[in-house]
Design a protein around this ligand. Structure first.
Ligand code: ATP
Ligand code: MG
Length: 569
């Protein structure tokens, strides 16, 4: 194993072992306003409290795709979301109703989510890149009373909307509102800024996030208001945020990272967030960090690999010295990317593991700890994580098994919408919540990700996670990205097959295949090198940017690919 990266700063969490030992969730409670008699509601804590204490502080710099910037203060967001909540209540939307938000990343998206939570309804944000089929599945499943959208997105789903019964109320943001919809300015105009925020029970949901669909049909995960405890802990300890930081989370609010760490976590602390409506573009991304002096950056491995692919000279065109802390979540982070971060961004990249179902980070690399590149880090204080067998027995260090959590962490989902059976399946291992991922823990307590249980390859009698093979492959200078799957084989059960995207300007050839094979062969266990390599233009990914190995695997095994509504174009 390579050298760990030494701690970069002590940060908000200075002594991990002590903090982990002594931490109780009660210690975080006093940071919330409800302790002093305020309503129990995520919106009150994220926005209204700051609107009283620091009304003129910028809550969000919302950058449109055109480059135009709208900066809103906490007072602005508080007032608009109250009017939104009141307007929607007047139109008959009630506490507990689902309200879909299908919008591009513009300020109205953020105001809507806060407004919906304020009235005790359940926000269901949908990434605006979703196509009509994906929206249809969710509409029929979620049965919303209202949908907040824009004219061009409305057009995309108008035929789908006809199938929903009863038809949801449509609110449209932007010019060209269709006749049967309520224009957003009218909704806001009709509402009172004095709307009284509804006080909720801690276990009542404020949001439903549909999962990424990497392994199958997306599930509607319900997260409760009490998730605020762990989202605040995640913002403080994992993102190392302080009030005067500027945070940019690159995940869309349609995904859990985009709300838990992109909106609520930072807003509980009163930090300013940046949002960018545009698509990925290396220069646009770096310039955003430079322009808004982003100090904490929350992103994902796919994005980091794309930045690497764009070339280091692009990074050098910008002043990135404002960055103090970088986080990555959502997929395994290859050691190579961590090293690139040190070289080009001059910062450690802190990998952290969680799921839609966990609602907030659960395992992370903290600033006060050495980073072992390739490891996800250690459990968040207050969270019990373990590697167990199917009977729930904890496995010794180095032994591979199921990554599990002790139920009861505050941001744990309270259900899968419309699917009690699916919810119960997460608890099939006695005493544990089972994540569906495979991992091991080392002697020092660091967790190492092997793969999703379904992606683990069984070859020549050995079990092999795709991640270590993919990480070895991208060390090769010609390889930009790779996905590794098991291909059925009579002799070995499965053989390792690698799909590879080459770096720009590199031509595929059989010689290159051989060279890559030899390159990784010496770096991996004897059974782990790919016996087959296929060069491809792109890898199948979900719309949240995750590699869909099951699609490649199905192709190799000649079986059904399953639900493809989440496949990127
Ligand atoms: P679906 O459940 O619909 O198949 P999904 O699991 O990709 O989709 P998410 O809840 O967005 O949907 O993602 C959680 C999963 O992402 C984890 O179970 C794990 O497989 C992967 N993941 C998240 N963070 C990390 C990380 N730091 N390292 C490795 N894998 C990670
Ligand atoms: Mg999942």
């Amino acid at each position: 194993m390579e050298e760990p990266l030494p701690p970069q700063s002590t940060g908000n969490l200075s002594d991990y072992p002590r903090e982990y030992r002594e931490f109780t969730w009660h210690t975080i409670e006093w940071e919330f306003d409800w302790c002093r008699g305020g309503p129990y509601n995520v919106a009150a804590e994220a926005v209204d409290r700051h609107a009283r204490q620091r009304p003129d502080k910028v809550a969000i710099h919302s950058v449109r795709a055109s480059g135009e910037v709208q900066s809103l203060t906490f007072a602005d967001v508080s007032r608009s979301s109250s009017k939104f909540a009141d307007g929607l209540s007047r139109l008959g939307v009630r506490k507990g109703d689902r309200v879909f938000v299908y919008l591009d990343r513009r300020s109205e998206l953020f105001i809507s989510i806060i407004g919906i939570a304020k009235m005790g309804a359940v926000a269901c944000p949908l990434f605006s890149a979703l196509g009509p089929e994906a929206v249809k599945d969710r509409l029929l499943d979620g049965a919303p009373s209202a949908i907040i959208t824009s004219p061009y997105l409305y057009e995309r789903i108008s035929s789908v909307l006809k199938e929903a019964s009863p038809a949801p109320l449509v609110v449209c943001v932007g010019e060209g509102c269709p006749a049967n919809a309520v224009p957003y300015p009218q909704l806001i105009g009709s509402g009172s800024p004095d709307f009284v925020t509804v006080s909720m029970r801690p276990d009542e949901p404020y949001i439903i996030h549909y999962t990424s669909g990497s392994t199958g049909k997306p599930k509607g995960v319900m997260l409760p208001h009490r998730a605020m405890l762990q989202q605040l802990a995640g913002a403080k300890y994992v993102a190392d945020l302080r009030e005067d930081d500027v945070l940019w989370c690159t995940a869309d609010p349609g995904w859990v990272t985009g709300t838990s760490m992109g909106i609520f976590g930072p807003w509980y602390l009163g930090s300013t967030i940046v949002s960018f409506e545009g698509r990925f573009d290396a220069r646009a991304w770096y310039s955003l960090i430079d322009r808004f002096k982003v100090s904490v950056w929350f992103t994902a491995p796919t994005a980091l690999r794309m930045l690497m692919r764009a070339g280091d000279e692009v990074a050098r065109e910008f002043d990135l010295t404002s960055l103090r802390h970088i986080c990555s979540a959502g997929e395994p982070l290859n050691p190579h990317v961590v090293r690139w971060g040190m070289e080009v961004l001059k910062r450690r990249i802190h990998d952290n593991w969680w799921q839609t179902e966990t609602g907030a980070p659960c395992i992370a690399n903290f600033p006060c700890m050495p980073i072992k590149p390739g490891s996800m880090g250690k459990a968040l204080p207050g969270v019990v994580a373990a590697v167990v067998d199917e009977n729930g027995l904890e496995l010794p260090p180095g032994k591979e098994g199921f990554l599990a959590l002790r139920p009861g962490w505050p941001s744990m989902m309270v259900g899968i919408w419309n699917n009690v059976t699916r919810y119960r399946e997460y608890f099939y291992i006695p005493g544990w919540y089972s994540s569906g991922d495979q991992a091991y823990r080392d002697e020092d307590g660091y967790f190492w990700f092997l793969g999703r249980a379904d992606d683990v390859i069984k070859t020549s009698g050995e079990r092999l996670g795709p991640f270590e093979v993919e990480s070895a492959l991208i060390e090769h200078p010609a390889v930009a990205e790779s996905a590794v799957v098991g291909k059925p084989d009579e002799l070995r059960g499965e053989i390792v097959k690698a799909f590879i995207v080459l770096r720009q300007g590199i031509a595929p050839s059989d010689r290159l295949k051989e060279e890559i094979t030899n390159f990784v062969r010496v770096r991996l266990a004897y059974y782990a090198y790919p016996r087959e390599i296929e060069f491809v233009e792109a890898l199948p990914k979900t719309r949240s940017g995750k590699i869909m190995r099951r699609v490649l695997k199905a192709k190799e095994g000649g079986h059904e690919t399953g639900d493809l509504s989440m496949l990127e174009d």
